[in-house]
Write a protein that binds this ligand. Sequence first.
Ligand SMILES: *[C@@H]1O[C@H](CO)[C@@H](O)[C@H](O)[C@H]1NC(C)=O
Ligand SMILES: *[C@@H]1O[C@H](CO)[C@@H](O)[C@H](O)[C@H]1NC(C)=O
Ligand SMILES: *[C@@H]1O[C@H](CO)[C@@H](O)[C@H](O)[C@H]1NC(C)=O
Ligand SMILES: *[C@@H]1O[C@H](CO)[C@@H](O)[C@H](O)[C@H]1NC(C)=O
Ligand SMILES: *[C@@H]1O[C@H](CO)[C@@H](O)[C@H](O)[C@H]1NC(C)=O
Ligand SMILES: *[C@@H]1O[C@H](CO)[C@@H](O)[C@H](O)[C@H]1NC(C)=O
Ligand SMILES: *[C@@H]1O[C@H](CO)[C@@H](O)[C@H](O)[C@H]1NC(C)=O
Ligand SMILES: *[C@@H]1O[C@H](CO)[C@@H](O)[C@H](O)[C@H]1NC(C)=O
Ligand SMILES: *[C@@H]1O[C@H](CO)[C@@H](O)[C@H](O)[C@H]1NC(C)=O
Ligand SMILES: *[C@@H]1O[C@H](CO)[C@@H](O)[C@H](O)[C@H]1NC(C)=O
Ligand SMILES: *[C@@H]1O[C@H](CO)[C@@H](O)[C@H](O)[C@H]1NC(C)=O
Ligand SMILES: CC(=O)N[C@H]1CO[C@H](CO)[C@@H](O)[C@@H]1O
Length: 560
Amino acid sequence: MNFLSFLFLLSPLVVLAAVPHPYHSPFIGTDGTSFVLNGSNFRYIGTNAYWLPALNTNEDIWYTLGNISALGIKVVRLWAFNDVNTVPINGTWFQLVSNGTVSINDGPNGLQKLDTIVEMAEKRGLYVILSLTNNWYPLPLLPSNDTGIVPRDVTRGTNNSLPRNYLSNDYGGMDLYVREFGLETHDQFYTNPSILNAFLNFTTQIVSRYVNSSAILSWEPANDPRCNSTLLASQSCTTETVTRWHATVATHIRSIDPNHLISAGTSGFLCTGCPKLYPLHPNPPPAPSASPVPGKRKRSNAVPVTTEQILRERAESRRRNREAAKMAGTLKEDGIRIRGRWVSTATRRQETQSVGPTYDGSYGVDSQDILNIPNIGFGSFMLFPDQQSYGPADPSLDSYTNTLDLGIDWIIKQTQSANAVGKPLALTSFGLVTQGNAPDFVPFNMTTAPFAPDASSNTNSTYGVTNQQQTDAYSKWFNTGITSGLGGIVEYQWGQSNLTAETGTTISPGVTGISQDPRTTPISPNNDTTGISPNDGYSNIGNDGVQQVVQTATQNIAAN
Ligand SMILES: *[C@@H]1O[C@H](CO)[C@@H](O)[C@H](O)[C@H]1NC(C)=O
Ligand SMILES: *[C@@H]1O[C@H](CO)[C@@H](O)[C@H](O)[C@H]1NC(C)=O
Ligand SMILES: *[C@@H]1O[C@H](CO)[C@@H](O)[C@H](O)[C@H]1NC(C)=O
Ligand SMILES: *[C@@H]1O[C@H](CO)[C@@H](O)[C@H](O)[C@H]1NC(C)=O
Ligand SMILES: *[C@@H]1O[C@H](CO)[C@@H](O)[C@H](O)[C@H]1NC(C)=O
Ligand SMILES: *[C@@H]1O[C@H](CO)[C@@H](O)[C@H](O)[C@H]1NC(C)=O
Ligand SMILES: *[C@@H]1O[C@H](CO)[C@@H](O)[C@H](O)[C@H]1NC(C)=O
Ligand SMILES: *[C@@H]1O[C@H](CO)[C@@H](O)[C@H](O)[C@H]1NC(C)=O
Ligand SMILES: *[C@@H]1O[C@H](CO)[C@@H](O)[C@H](O)[C@H]1NC(C)=O
Ligand SMILES: *[C@@H]1O[C@H](CO)[C@@H](O)[C@H](O)[C@H]1NC(C)=O
Ligand SMILES: *[C@@H]1O[C@H](CO)[C@@H](O)[C@H](O)[C@H]1NC(C)=O
Ligand SMILES: CC(=O)N[C@H]1CO[C@H](CO)[C@@H](O)[C@@H]1O
């Protein structure tokens, strides 16, 4: 903002118009570690539906939002980016990034799709979290042919494929910019001036459309930003690279949009030993003396998560679990005996001495430092045990219990970290792959489904948890999040049936997963023209238990 426009903002009339009283604003704000809406604390259950802009009709968007809202869900997180390097014959696309130049599609199959979603969300009383780019855009793609559709090669060995936009990692993103600008490393997305200019330009186009919409909960600069992706990072990428980029993008968004929150879109990785660009104030200043919000939580005096704490708590929990297993007679010894004395294995010793990649900055992400950037309004984290380890497994526990417990511990540590910064926190996506979803499961960094029946990589025909285990895990994680004070909990992800299907588009007739090729599968014999939403392994469509748990969580979080 230049000095003149700064003065202009200070004139009383403009201040009234642009910055309503924080406690009676139509926009969601924050107060300490709480979200605030119109004078009250706002806590929400949400869902992810990255594919909403790829639906074929506006009615489909309207009904999907209606079904979401009918469960009591208040927030939907989705992709506000859809980058291509060749204009596709049909389907949605937002931005052409090609050979170092960019142009934006604001037509009916472009940003007008997003306009429709935002408008309909507002009518349905829903709020959206809009991500502006993605860390993940793995290749290869199959070659495009005369259909103009560039499919993903999903099932190894068969060349079975899915249409563009079916998978969450098929919407362009950082690696597409890097390639099309003729560069090489993933972190050049964060540091190259031409890419930064193009990305800020795109950001301006999106953000300026909805400055006055009350349906925007927040702008998320990127989904799951890290130093590495399919393209690897240069040696110079550190947590400071990623933190600095967030500060730049947040400053830019704030210069366009004074109304909406800007959130960190990270997976929540912390770095207990990293230097900080935004160190915590040793004595936090008193909270602003605005009129208190009813039911507002007191400012927490939480301290950041430390290496010592993680190691101590892991050792204590192992000891407790070991005792319990001994009592129950289920203890599985995993060490070796030396002269009659029990000694744990070398791996175990090593595991108990390092905090591991989720806490040591290996991914180039320090979510605490990013959260403490002044223009970042709230923190976010994710929980995907099928794709990420959240700590060493405890040998006294079975693998499902380990998954559950590590998830619970991750949620609690994240809350502690955000409390230390003094800002709200949301779990913006979490999921567990079920046996039913396993054939459709494509990890974020891959274009193939490792557990598809015909995948050459498929060595585990029973991969995934049961529906009941998924339901129980979601229930426990929701409850942990609610009792530990999360502002929002957003499941991954919504599944919607009865969508309008058209051959050659993201929603194709008769397609129920990757076992069929939507480009070639003929209209089903009864000429069914409906389809279901994309499934990258986490759709909640096949498990009614999860739908019920989500609904219960919407009631519990409101009552808490
Ligand atoms: C905001 O709260 C006031 C009372 O505190 C209420 O009259 C008004 O209807 C609320 N506005 C909205 C949009 O909910
Ligand atoms: C849910 O979606 C179906 C179509 O799949 C639609 O008929 C129904 O009206 C929707 N429900 C709501 C509450 O919008
Ligand atoms: C890419 O741009 C450069 C100059 O900016 C030009 O020389 C080159 O021909 C372009 N390549 C393609 C494939 O358009
Ligand atoms: C393009 O792909 C479709 C679907 O796989 C196939 O039917 C068609 O023959 C292909 N066209 C060419 C020219 O390869
Ligand atoms: C998309 O393109 C394919 C191939 O040209 C065509 O068969 C199909 O009808 C198109 N679908 C839409 C919705 O335009
Ligand atoms: C898969 O497609 C690629 C590229 O079109 C081709 O080279 C390869 O032979 C195909 N493999 C199979 C098993 O069809
Ligand atoms: C910014 O976006 C506009 C609109 O699409 C485009 O015309 C322009 O070339 C872009 N500029 C840069 C520097 O990317
Ligand atoms: C990730 O990025 C860092 C920093 O550049 C690098 O040292 C490391 O080797 C990368 N890790 C992987 C798995 O590529
Ligand atoms: C993707 O990530 C998984 C889990 O971290 C890893 O096992 C796999 O090798 C990765 N695949 C690629 C293609 O990077
Ligand atoms: C196969 O998957 C199941 C369920 O996720 C798991 O319990 C089992 O350990 C896996 N087996 C192998 C060999 O990976
Ligand atoms: C489905 O459509 C085809 C072609 O339009 C038609 O020949 C066939 O009779 C239809 N089948 C049914 C069951 O309606
Ligand atoms: C409202 C509606 O159309 N519901 C249908 C959605 O699809 C399922 C399964 O195909 C049908 O059973 C519903 O009747």
